[in-house]
Design a protein around this ligand. Structure first.
Ligand code: ACO
Length: 269
């Protein structure tokens, strides 16, 4: 098992500011948001660290677990961003507002990179969520392919209540999962969605008692790893592309993937 702490930013940021732990154990990588005393609040350093983990993920990893230490998965963006002082070494919303539009969008794109890789076809990402998952916390859970929730989980898209939009890649999976009207209602009221409702809406694959969360995630990871790796990757690719294709295009994509599979399995046998 290897373990590393990421400072996560080209800027001078302490590991505590990035607040992440990262462990690889065989085919499973585990990313832990590790600032429980601050309810795992996230900063630009957190997102840079996430992107770096994605960039350097060992080839053997097939399952990525994203979890939070302490009572909350994540209370979202570090509220110091809203203060004039901001987060040491990382600025504030006020300092970001002085950037040109294109530079500011580039900064957001950098942050989004930390989330986007979790959807890669060659891995399956699982969010293990207990307690609050607010704003960036909810979006991090949405960035994962699957969500296992403790029954005390509380999901909230708080951004509109703070005058912002959700911009950490969460809007598309939310709409894809719950549909436009429910996504609108959840975001524009910024209300809390509890674990039971989340399961009903498809936002959780599984809801378990808090003490069972780690075990449930372990079991799910083991089940995912029991399937042929290349078949899993090809199937995820197929499923991810399905919504954007016609039936004809999708069946053609199925044929294409299957020819490659059967040849890989049986050519020359
Ligand atoms: N940023 C920075 N610090 C935070 C954050 C945050 N987002 N959330 C909690 N903390 C800190 C608190 O300031 C407190 O620090 P202190 O002990 O030094 O005073 C500590 O974490 C514990 O917080 P409590 O509020 O005491 O914990 P509690 O369990 O009672 O409540 C809750 C948890 C509900 C998550 C609450 O902390 C909260 O509402 N946090 C803010 C949520 C928020 O608005 N996030 C922004 C969303 S928008 C976006 O992410 C883009």
């Amino acid at each position: 098992m290897t373990e590393a702490v990421f400072t996560g930013s080209a800027e001078e940021v302490s590991p505590e500011e990035a607040g992440l732990r990262y462990e690889v154990d065989g085919e499973i990588a585990t990313i832990t948001l590790g600032r429980p005393d601050k309810r795992n609040a996230q900063t630009f350093a957190t997102w840079s660290a996430l992107a770096r983990i994605g960039d350097s993920l060992p080839q053997q990893v097939r399952v990525v677990v994203v979890r939070g230490e302490g009572p909350s998965f994540s209370a979202g963006i570090d509220l110091r961003m809203f203060t004039p002082e901001g987060v040491p070494g990382q600025g504030s919303f006020a300092s970001s507002a002085t950037l040109g539009d294109s530079d500011f969008e580039q900064r957001i794109a950098q942050a989004q990179r930390g989330f986007l890789w979790l959807r890669r076809p060659d891995i399956v990402s699982i969010a293990a969520v207990q307690g609050h998952a607010i704003g960036a916390g909810f979006q991090l859970a949405l960035a994962c392919d699957l969500r296992v929730l403790a029954d005390d989980a509380k999901l909230c898209m708080k951004e509109p209540a703070l005058g912002l939009v959700p911009d950490l890649t969460g809007t598309k999976p939310l709409v894809d999962i719950v549909g436009l009207p429910r996504a609108l209602e959840i975001c524009l009221t910024a209300r809390i969605v509890g674990a039971e409702e989340a399961a009903r809406l498809g936002l959780a694959e599984l809801v378990v008692a808090p003490d069972d969360l780690a075990g449930a995630v372990r079991d799910l990871a083991a089940a995912l790893l029991a399937v042929n790796r290349d078949a899993a990757t090809a199937t995820k690719r197929l499923l991810q592309g399905a919504a954007g294709r016609t039936l004809e295009e999708q069946t053609a994509a199925e044929r294409h993937e299957q020819v490659a599979r059967v040849k890989a399995l049986f050519a020359g046998s």
